[in-house]
Design a protein. Sequence first.
Length: 588
Amino acid sequence: MLPTSRSLRLALYTLLIIAGAALAATLAMRHAVRQSMVEDAGRANQQLALYATSLHTLIERYRALPAVLALDPELRSALKGAVSPEQQEALNRKLEKINGAAESSTLELLDRTGLAVAASNWRLPSSYVGHNYGFRPYFNQTRTQGTGRFYAVGVTSGIPGYFLSSAVTDDDGQFLGAMVVKLEFPELEREWRQGSDTLLVSDARGIIFIANQPGWRYRLLKPLSDSDHAELKTTRQYDKQPLTPLEFQSLRRFDDNSDLARVDGPDGKADYLWESLPLSAEGWTLHLLRRPQVAFEDSRNAALAAAGLWLTLVFLLLFLNQRWRLAKLRQRSREELEQLVEERTRDLRTAQEGLVQSAKLAALGQMSAALAHEINQPLTAQRMQLATLRLLLDHGRVDDAYKALRLVDEMLTRMAALTGHLKTFARKSPSGLRERLDLAAVVDQSLQLLDTRLRDEQVSTVLHLTRPAWVRGDAIRLEQVLINLLRNALDAMQDKPCKRLEIRLEADEQLWRLSVIDNGSGITEENLPKVFDPFFTTKPVGDGLGIGLAVSFAIVHESGGRLCAGNHDKGAVFTVTLPIDLEVHEPC
Ligand code: ADP
């Protein structure tokens, strides 16, 4: 691959990894933000329930008050006819006292037309006394249903409040008027203002009438219909208060009563977690608006963790990929190495076979010289024998002639044996030839081949041969091994006046142990590990090739045996061990 495209690919990968990390961080951050919002919304919802309970408790505390007061005989009798100024003052004082004790905002008594005949605030300029509230829905509700409730801005006082009313009836159950308690929530609003949340209460039309923050009251959460407008005008519920819509839009909805909303509130545009809780008893809805507070550290940690996880995953994948590639590469180089070893082994085997062959040829050369010498002598002798034979026959000495013929015959047989060996000696033995053969016979053959030299050099030969010693191998090649060993032994004893050659063949467990022991020079400690090395020789140039033992070693190994060299107290010992062949000889 070109270096530019390589670096391009690298750059692309790096970019991908960074982009992946950034994406993971962004997603994690978003998730963290959302998660934290959901948790925050859950908490806000719980708080909202607490606020709802406190509002509900407050209203419940006063719910029974008008019903109880409506039973008061003094009030009931006052409403039966026209109320005299003395009666009115007494009633005013009474309501004032009860109002103080009950800690309600105002108490008022309306007659059957809705006219306030007495009120706890009779002393104030904003006194209800003398005003008619027949237009208020709670009055009509009370007349028809017995009780009424209504949140409204006071038309006289201008102070908003919750009106709870109960019908005052005579003994026959006839409607005489209404007892009304007005509740204001300044305490509640003050209490709610302490938190940082915005708390709102809206009515069934979606008009906010309680708010703990300035600017939120009298805002519309949904548009008013024409009939709404008409009704508001009649009931003067919010009197002269201008009702303006509150602009908001939901950004994310967590559930029906839980949103993330962008609100164009009195403090400008802002995002809020908006929790709502319907208050079914009053038909109102309580709202809690909270600025979402996602801890920067939390989202940053989530982003870092996600990016870290992503990078760990990527590097783990890269690491595994690299290992896999390396393993593949190793596998390939192992295979290549194995192939190389195989090739080299094949080459070596070929070379070794070549070496064996050349050693044989070298031996053949040496043998030829010996053979020429060996054959020349008997040939001359035979010529003389033939002349003698002719003379004997001329003189009719047939018996002596027979004797002379036997000698010629013996000499010819020996010569034939010699040439026969030489013929097979030089052939390239087919590799893997493993015939069943007698190792003792191999020793015999080898000694026969070297017989002349043994005799010439007056070597005393001692044989301890166990017969038959069956092994598997190539007779010609094993013979070559033995001839090498014997010839080396003879060479080593060259300068010794008394030459002794001992050959032992004996069984040792599963092996035949064949030892060639001489009383020659022995092998020095230094040379002992080298004698089987090819071309190692201590003989003068022209005498030794240094290949005999190397080839012999290889042949013995090939036949499944071992060849070792060592010394005894007077010379060298070479030992060939070969596995015993136990197979019964099959008849041909
Ligand atoms: P070469 O006979 O041509 O030298 P070999 O491989 O047959 O080659 O022998 C290697 C060497 O081992 C010889 O030169 C000799 O030093 C040593 N050697 C072998 N046989 C004997 C022995 N019987 N006694 C002493 N040295 C020996």
